[in-house]
Ligand binder design. Sequence first.
Ligand code: PRP
Ligand code: ORO
Length: 234
Amino acid sequence: MASQLPAYKQKFLEAATSGGVLKFGSFELKSKRISPYFFNAGLFHTARLAGAIADAFARTIIQAQREQGLEFDVVFGPAYKGIPLASAITIKLGEIEPSNLDRVSYSFDRKEAKDHGEGGNIVGAPLKGKKVLIVDDVITAGTAKREAIDKIRKEGGIVAGIVVALDRMEKLPAADGDDSKPGPSAIGELRKEYGIPIFAILTLDDIIAGMKTFASEEEIQRTEAYRAKYKATD
Ligand SMILES: O=P(O)(O)OC[C@H]1O[C@H](OP(=O)(O)OP(=O)(O)O)[C@H](O)[C@@H]1O
Ligand SMILES: O=C(O)c1cc(=O)[nH]c(=O)[nH]1
C-alpha cells in the first residue's frame, strides 16, 4: 500500500501526482506498447519538483551505499530526461552528505555526437576508469539502459549500477513479438546480464496502491489490466 511506503517515497509519489507527472489516457511507449498511464519526468521542472525528485534519488542512492555497498564516482544521466536528473542529483548528494559526496561528478551523453569545439559524445566528467552510476526516469523494456551501458563502456567507464524513478515492472519484449506469453523482467535480465545492482524509487505496484486516493475507478481498472498483461514473471 502507498501508506506503507517510506516517508521519502510517499513524498515523492505526492510530488509526482501534484505536478501532473503521472498521466492517464493512451500513450505509445519507446517499446511500442500502448500504455494507459505515463510518467512524464520532464514535468518535474519547477524548483520545488526538481528538488523533490533529486531528493528522492539522493536518499535512494545513499541507502544503497550504506546497505549494499554501492560505490560510484560519476552520476550519468542518459539524454534527454536523464540530463537534468544527473545534475540535480549530484548537487543534492553533495548537499546531503558533503563530507563524503561532494567529490561526486555528473556526466551525460549527446544523442548525436558533436563534430566541432570539444567534440565527442560525452558532456561533464570523463568516464575513463571511473565507476559510473546511471540515473534515469523510467525503466520499461530496458533498451535505453542497454544503450547507456554500451556508451559508458566505450568511454572506458565501469558501470556501478542503475537507479530509476519508476520501475514499470514489465517483461522484456518477446523475441517473436508475441507479448501475450509470460516473460522475465527487463530489470531482472539487466541485473543478470551485466551483474549490476538496479534500484527504483517507485514501482508500478506502489503507483497502483497510491492511485486509490487520486485516480478514477476506470483509470485504476485500465492500469491494473495493463499490469496483468505486461507484468514480468519475476
Ligand atoms: O526501458 P526502455 O524501454 O528503454 O524505455 C524507457 C525509456 O524511454 C524513454 O526515454 P527516451 O529514449 O524516449 O528518451 P527521452 O529521455 O529523450 O524522453 C524514457 O525516458 C526512459 O528512459
Ligand atoms: O517506456 C517509455 O517509453 C516511457 C514510459 C513512461 O511511463 N514514461 C516515459 O517517459 N517513457
